[in-house]
Design a protein around this ligand. Structure first.
Ligand SMILES: Nc1c(N[C@@H]2O[C@H](COP(=O)(O)O)[C@@H](O)[C@H]2O)[nH]c(=O)[nH]c1=O
Length: 150
């Protein structure tokens, strides 16, 4: 299956970091990748708890953006995201199956909120989130293949 997912909406909403998925950050469970990613901007447990308790990912994002980021945030944020997404799409899980079902489609987080780092806005952007998801999709397949071979 070729083609392109140009936004994480509708049937592809599960690709968004706002989709419900329990993920762990430093042994504490968060309800979405977005909650955990935003909490990770701080190293202070009390601040992380505020983000974790937010009733939805949009509010977690707003709260996280007010935290003031830790000094090493720019250096670690991509690895933090990868760590969370690998949990969300852990091989064999329901969401990994849904990711696998996207076949060879290009996954692009086209967005309306101006994010050219994680997604694509106005036709340009690094699409870091989409590229990470495609890499996990490939990795999961490689693992499955290796398991079949024994
Ligand atoms: N703003 C938004 C999404 N953007 C998400 O926000 C995060 C980046 O936050 P920051 O590093 O603070 O700019 C990252 O997880 C990105 O995917 N996603 C959605 O589904 N809906 C939204 O409305």
């Amino acid at each position: 299956m070729g083609g392109c997912v140009t936004s994480f909406t509708g049937a592809h909403r599960f690709l968004s970091n706002f989709w419900p998925a329990a993920v762990s950050l430093d042994h504490i469970i968060y309800p979405t990748v977005e909650h955990a990613y935003q909490a990770a901007k701080s190293v202070e447990p009390a601040k992380r708890a505020i983000v974790r308790m937010m009733p939805n990912p949009a509010m977690a994002r707003t709260a996280g953006r007010r935290l003031g980021v830790r000094r090493d945030w720019v250096a670690v944020k991509v690895e933090v995201m990868r760590h969370l997404l690998e949990q969300k799409f852990a091989a064999g899980s329901h969401l990994a199956d849904a990711l696998d079902a996207t076949g060879e489609m290009l996954l692009e987080e086209g967005n309306t909120w101006g994010d050219r780092f994680w997604g694509v806005y106005g036709g340009t952007g690094a699409n870091t989130l989409g590229r990470m998801l495609m890499a996990i999709r490939t990795k999961n397949r490689d693992c499955e293949f290796a398991a079949l071979l024994g």
